[in-house]
Write a protein that binds this ligand. Structure first.
Ligand SMILES: Nc1ncnc2c1ncn2[C@@H]1O[C@H](COP(=O)(O)OP(=O)(O)OP(=O)(O)O)[C@@H](O)[C@H]1O
Ligand SMILES: [Mg+2]
Length: 493
C-alpha cells in the first residue's frame, strides 16, 4: 500500500530536470569538499584563485596587445604604401625600372614587418617586385585574393589573407590616381605575433610562480591555523578519556586562543565540581557511619538504662510484692506498700525521661518554639556558666520535617558553642519570613577556622547541619571570628 502511495506521489514531488541535475552536482561538490581537510581546502582556494586571475589577466593583455599591434601595423602599412605610390611616379614616368626596383627593395628592407612590395602597370603587368631570384609568385595576382569588401583608407585599399608566413595585410595604393598603375605592399603579422606570444609566455610563467608562492604561503598559514585546532581536538579527546588535568595550549590571542581558554576554563570547572561531589560523597559516608554507630551507642545506652535502672526497680517491686504476699503483718505490709508505690513512681519517671530523650515529644505535640524553650532550660541546667537568650517568632506550626531539622541544627550549634567555643553567652533567634523560616545561633566563644574544618571533612556535626538544611532546599552559613561564631540557616517553606 505504502509503495503505491510513494510511486504515485513521486512524480509530483520531483524537481524539474535541470535543477535535479544541479542538485546532484552540488551534492557531489559538497561531498568532495567536505571530505578533504582544511589545509587542502585553503590550498585549493589559493591555487584556483591565482590560476583563474593569472589566466584572465594574461588573456586580456594578449587580446589588447594584439588589437593595438594590428591597428598600428595597418596604420604604418597605409603610410608606407602611400609614400611608395608617390615616390614611384618619377621612375614610372621615366621608365626607370631599376630605380623603381631599388625604391621597393629599400622600403621592404627598412620595414621590419614588410614581406614584399610590387608595382603593377595599368594592364596589371608586374613592372618591379622584391621577390628577387625566387621569382614573382603568380598566386599574388589571383583575383580571389582580393576580398569582396576590403577596408578603405582614403584611396588605399587593405585586405588580409592567410599564407605560409601567417596572416598577411596587403595595402594597395593607386599611383597617380590609378592612371600609372598600383603599388601593393604585403606586411606579415609574424613578428608582432611573436612579441605577443613571448609576453603571453612570460605572463603565464609569472602566474605559475605567483601560484607557487601562494601555495607556500597558504601552507604556512594553514599550518599556523590548523595547529591550535588540532591541539584542541587532541585535548578534547584526552578529556573525553577522563583526564581532567589536560589543558589546550594557548597559541595566540585570536578566536582560537579564546576558544582554547574557554575550553580550559570549562575543564577546570568540571574538575572542581567533580572534586566537590567526591568530597561531599566522602562527608556523607562519614555522616552515615557516625549515624549508625551513634544509633548503636544509643541502643546500648537504653539497654543499660533499662537493665540497670528500670529492670532493677521492677525486680525490687516484684521482690517487695512477693514478701507482702507471704506476710500477714498488716501494719508492716502497709509500710511496704508505700515503699513499693514510691519505687513504682520512680520507675515511671525513669521511663518518662528515657522516652523523652528518645524523641522530644514536645516537638510533635506543641511545636518547635516549645521544644526549643524546653531544650534551652535543659541547656542552662547543664551549662550554668552560659547565659542563653532565646527568641522564637513562630506564629503557627511548621511542617514537621522543617521543625525537626531546625531543632537538631539549633541543638548542634548550641552544643558546639558550649563544647568548643568556651562561650559565656548564646543567643538563638528563630523567625518566620514570608516564604521561609530563619534561625540564627550566635555565641561569644573563641571562634574557629570554618574553611579548614569544612576541608577536613571529619566534622560530622557541621556537615550534618548543612546536610539537613540542604535536604529541605535551604542553606546554612557559618561566620566565625575570635569574637564568636554565628550560624545562619534559612529553609524555604
Ligand atoms: N561554636 C564554635 N566555636 C568554636 N569552635 C567550633 C564551634 N563550632 C564548631 N567548632 C569547631 O569545629 C569543629 C567541628 O565541629 P563539629 O560539630 O562538626 O564536630 P564536633 O563537635 O567536634 O563533633 P560532633 O560530630 O560530635 O559534633 C570542632 O571540633 C571545633 O573545633
Ligand atoms: Mg559538634
Amino acid at each position: 500500500m505504502s509503495t503505491r502511495n510513494t510511486s504515485l506521489s513521486t512524480p509530483l514531488s520531483v524537481a524539474p530536470f535541470p535543477s535535479r541535475r544541479l542538485n546532484r552536482w552540488a551534492e557531489m561538490v559538497w561531498r568532495v569538499a567536505g571530505s578533504v581537510d582544511v589545509r587542502t581546502k585553503i590550498l585549493g582556494m589559493v591555487l584556483a584563485l591565482t590560476t583563474v586571475f593569472g589566466l584572465a589577466v594574461t588573456l586580456q593583455v594578449r587580446a589588447v596587445m594584439t588589437r593595438v599591434f594590428m591597428e598600428e601595423l595597418e596604420g604604418r602599412g597605409v603610410s608606407v604604401a602611400s609614400d611608395l605610390a608617390s615616390r614611384s611616379i618619377d621612375p614610372i614616368l621615366l621608365n626607370d625600372t631599376y630605380a623603381l626596383h631599388e625604391l621597393l627593395s629599400e622600403t621592404v628592407n627598412n620595414h621590419p614587418d614588410a614581406w614584399y612590395a610590387f608595382v603593377l602597370d595599368r594592364d596589371n603587368q608586374v613592372i618591379a617586385h622584391t621577390f628577387g631570384d625566387a621569382g614573382f609568385p603568380a598566386d599574388l595576382l589571383n583575383p580571389t585574393l582580393a576580398v569582396a569588401a576590403p577596408n578603405l583608407y582614403g584611396t588605399i585599399r587593405h585586405w588580409i589573407y592567410a599564407s605560409n608566413e601567417g596572416r598577411v595585410h596587403e595595402m594597395v595604393a593607386p599611383i597617380m590616381g590609378g592612371s600609372a598603375g598600383v603599388v601593393r605592399l604585403g606586411l606579415t603579422e609574424a613578428r608582432l605575433q611573436a612579441v605577443v606570444n613571448t609576453v603571453t609566455g612570460q605572463m603565464i610563467l609569472t602566474t605559475l610562480l605567483v601560484a607557487l608562492a601562494g601555495i607556500v604561503a597558504a601552507m604556512f598559514l594553514t599550518w599556523l591555523l590548523t595547529r591550535p585546532i588540532l591541539d584542541l581536538v587532541e585535548t578534547t579527546q584526552e578529556v573525553g578519556r577522563g583526564n581532567l588535568q589536560a589543558r589546550a595550549p594557548h597559541w595566540a590571542d585570536d578566536e582560537i586562543g579564546t576558544l582554547a581558554d574557554a575550553f580550559n576554563q570549562m575543564v577546570a570547572d568540571l574538575d572542581a565540581s567533580r572534586r566537590a561531589v567526591a568530597e561531599k560523597e566522602q562527608a556523607r559516608f562519614l555522616l552515615l557511619k557516625k549515624l549508625i554507630s551513634a544509633q548503636e551507642e544509643e541502643r546500648k545506652r537504653i539497654a543499660r538504662e533499662l537493665h540497670d535502672g528500670v529492670g532493677q526497680m521492677l525486680t525490687s517491686l516484684m521482690v517487695g510484692m512477693r514478701t507482702m504476699q507471704r506476710s500477714d503483718d498488716a501494719a508492716l505490709n502497709q509500710e511496704r506498700m508505700e515503699e513499693l508505690c514510691t519505687t513504682a513512681g520512680e520507675t515511671l519517671e525513669q521511663v518518662r525521661v528515657l522516652s523523652r530523650e528518645l524523641r522530644p515529644s514536645l516537638l510533635d505535640d506543641l511545636g518547635l518554639a516549645a521544644a526549643l524553650e524546653r531544650y534551652a532550660g535543659e541547656f542552662t541546667r547543664a551549662h550554668a556558666a552560659i547565659a542563653v537568650d532565646l527568641h522564637c517568632d513562630l506564629p503557627g506550626r511548621l511542617p514537621s520535617t522543617i521543625e525537626t531539622a531546625l531543632y537538631r541544627i539549633v541543638q548542634e550549634a548550641m552544643t558546639n558553642a558550649a563544647r568548643h567555643g568556651k562561650a559565656t553567652a548564646v543567643s538563638v533567634l528563630v523567625s518566620r519570613r514570608a516564604n521561609s523560616v530563619q534561625a540564627i545561633v550566635e555565641d561569644n566563644g573563641a571562634g574557629f577556622n570554618v574553611e579548614a574544618v569544612r576541608r577536613q571533612q571529619s566534622s560530622v556535626g557541621i556537615f550534618g547541619m548543612s546536610e539537613r538544611a540542604e535536604l529541605l532546599g535551604g542553606a546554612l552559613d557559618i561566620e566565625s571570628s575570635p569574637e564568636g561564631t554565628t550560624v545562619y540557616v534559612e529553609i524555604p517553606l
